[in-house]
Every structure is written in structure tokens, then in C-alpha cells.
Design a protein around this ligand. Sequence first.
Ligand SMILES: *[C@@H]1O[C@H](CO)[C@@H](O)[C@H](O)[C@H]1NC(C)=O
Ligand SMILES: *[C@@H]1O[C@H](CO)[C@@H](O)[C@H](O)[C@H]1NC(C)=O
Ligand SMILES: *[C@@H]1O[C@H](CO)[C@@H](O)[C@H](O)[C@H]1NC(C)=O
Ligand SMILES: *[C@@H]1O[C@H](CO)[C@@H](O)[C@H](O)[C@H]1NC(C)=O
Length: 376
Amino acid sequence: MAKFILIAVFMVVLIANFTSSEVAASSGVVVGSSNPKEEGNKLAMVQEEEDMDGGFSSLDGMLQWAIGHSDPGVLKERSEVTQRMSPEELNKRQTELKELMEKLKMPSDAQLMLIAVNDLNNSSLPLEYHLRALEELLVLVEHIDNAIDLQKLGGFTVLIRILNHSEPEIRTATAWVLGKASQNNPIVQKQVLELGALTMLMKMMKSHTTEEAVKALFAISALIRSNVNGQSLFYQEAGDMMLQEVLSNSNLDIRLHKKSLFLIADLAESQLENENTAEVSFFSNRLLLKAIVDSMASSDLDLTEKALYAIKNILLLRSTEVQLFKDFCKLNEVLERTRQQLNDHREEYAMDVESLRKEVNLTFLQKLNKVKETLI
Ligand SMILES: *[C@@H]1O[C@H](CO)[C@@H](O)[C@H](O)[C@H]1NC(C)=O
Ligand SMILES: *[C@@H]1O[C@H](CO)[C@@H](O)[C@H](O)[C@H]1NC(C)=O
Ligand SMILES: *[C@@H]1O[C@H](CO)[C@@H](O)[C@H](O)[C@H]1NC(C)=O
Ligand SMILES: *[C@@H]1O[C@H](CO)[C@@H](O)[C@H](O)[C@H]1NC(C)=O
């Protein structure tokens, strides 16, 4: 507790002196990092993710979280004192505090995670505490070592329990943390899968709030990416129908469409690498294939590109029935329509997408010819 008071006071002092961007750029003093040099990067990455997915401002969140763990009376008194100080006094005080903190040592990431997990595990605490704890974990699990430590602390059992929370906001943030922790981390993927998260996340895709569905899909992708067991489970749980429903619903947020296409391209690529193993009916679901083809003719170039990638990878699979693409999905016509649409775009990016479109057309024609040859 004493450490938290100190951290919080120190942060108040810092923030009194610098703009928050300078704090973010200059210091390893912000809560939560055992490696000061990486703090700037970490925040930058959070920013990037926010741009993509929408979300909360982490520095502010961490500050409030730290303050939440300290004595409000003492804090207020201290911050009033600092406001009365001259700049010289303030500087001196900062140096003193910095030295003191170095002597006392910052709480380690593992300690911070333990506090966060305990807060999450205590259902009598108010919602805000749970949200803060999740925000803190979101930053901490970015480090692969922390994600593994979180597993050792029993953190994932608690996280998966609250993935069932009655508040959508909590479920959303929890899915985000689970996704972050699972990214490129087979150990975490394995545990989170074993705890049954995939089924729960797939149910969350039916949520009425866009953010919840977006974060759930983010977590699903992170959980099964390059993970053969996760992928089999996803196929067993009718992942093809889930993605088909998303792609066929034009009322849904475009981010969900993009993430779905990205996931499909990724799954097909994974299938290409292991094509001698089990054949997957996923890629012969005609409604899914049609939904993918139809999303190509979008006015959003990025979406068009993602659809083209997915189709290209699926066409490369030996087991793919190309006739289905021709007769049922009308790939020819949609490719032609997309060609005209791309013609109207002026950006250079449209030319890149057009060359990908041509490549898909060629792959398609070659595959059709091969089928004809074997028939003769
Ligand atoms: C849960 O939080 C409440 C309120 O802060 C506290 O009184 C209680 O001791 C906590 N329970 C556990 C098991 O930590
Ligand atoms: C969560 O709380 C329960 C009791 O309410 C306890 O048995 C369990 O060990 C706690 N889990 C963690 C990870 O702290
Ligand atoms: C989630 O809630 C449902 C219904 O309340 C319950 O049946 C299920 O066991 C819960 N799952 C977890 C992991 O807590
Ligand atoms: C596909 O490629 C063939 C052969 O180059 C060409 O004749 C045809 O017009 C192309 N179709 C589309 C839709 O781009």
C-alpha cells in the first residue's frame, strides 16, 4: 500500500509539471514497467490498437488505478502541497522522490498483475475497479513473459469467469485482454482454449454492442492463429457459420467484416501448410464462399483487398471445388464488377488491389483449366 501512495503522489507531481505526452515519451516512471526503455513503445502500441479497435486511454487509466489503490486523504494533501511549491522546490522534490523510488524499487509487473487479478476475483468491488484492473492487465500482458506469469498466477481462470460478466463493458475489456495475451503465445493459447474461452467468445459475437463483437473476434483470431488445436475446435464449433453470418450481414460494423476476411485468409493459409492432414468442410461451405466473394465488390479498398486475399488462398487449396466459385459464387462476374470499380479509384493503392485482383483471376482460370484437363 505504501508503495502505491508513493507512486500516485509521484505521478501527480510529474503531471503537474509536464504535459501527459511528455510523461509518456520521457519516462519509465509510469506504473507497470520493469523495463523503462520499453514504456514509450508500449504506449505507442496501445495507441495503435486504439486506433484500430477504439478503446480507453491507458496512461490516464493507469494513473487513476494507482490512485485507487492509495489513500485519497494523503493524496489530496500532498497534491495541494505540491501546488504551492516553486519550480525549483518542485524539481528538488522530484529528484528526491526519484531517488527514493529507486531505493524502494517499483512494484514488479508480477506484483501489479497479482493486485489486478485479486481485484478481478473480488466480486464485491465496484465495477470501476474491475475495469481499471483490466486496463492495467491489457498493458502488462503485451510482454510475453508477463502473459506467462499471469497464467502462473491463475489469472486466466479468473478472466474466463468474468468473460461471463453481466456487464458488456467488462466482457468486452476481458476479451481484449485475453486476445492480447494469446497473440503469438502458444502457452497462453493452450490454457485459454482448455478453459473453454473459445465457445464463450463465439457466443459473444451475437452481442448487440459492436465493441463486444469486435473484441470477441479479435480474441478468437488471436486464440486460433497458428494453433492447429484451436482451429479444429473452431471448425467443430461451426466457425464457418459464424463467419458467414457476419459477412452476410451488411448492417454490421465494417471492422467485423475486415477481421472475418483476415481470419479466413489466415485459416486457409494454415490449411495450405498442413494440407495432408484432415480435410476441412469449412472451405466447402458454399454460403460462406459466396459471402466472401460478394464482399469483394465493396467501395472500401481495404475490404476488397482482404476478400481477394482470402479467395486467393482458398483457390490455392487442392480440395477447393473451383466449379462452386464459378457457378454458385459467380466469381467471374464479381471479378469483372470489381475491375470496373477499381478503375474509378484514383489512388495508387487501387492499382495494388487491381494487380491482386488480376492474380486471383489467373489463379481461378488456371484451376478451372486443370479441372477441364482431368475431365478430358
Ligand atoms: C473484497 O473487497 C472488499 C471491499 O474492498 C474487501 O472488504 C474484502 O476483504 C475483499 N475480499 C477479498 C477476498 O480480498
Ligand atoms: C479467487 O477467489 C476464490 C475465493 O473467492 C479463491 O478460492 C481463488 O483462489 C481466488 N483465485 C485467485 C486467482 O486469486
Ligand atoms: C457462464 O454462465 C452460464 C449461465 O449463467 C453458466 O451456465 C456457465 O457455467 C458460466 N460459465 C463460466 C465459465 O462461468
Ligand atoms: C481474366 O483473365 C483473362 C485472361 O487474361 C481475361 O481474358 C479476362 O478478361 C479476365 N477477367 C477478369 C474479370 O478480369
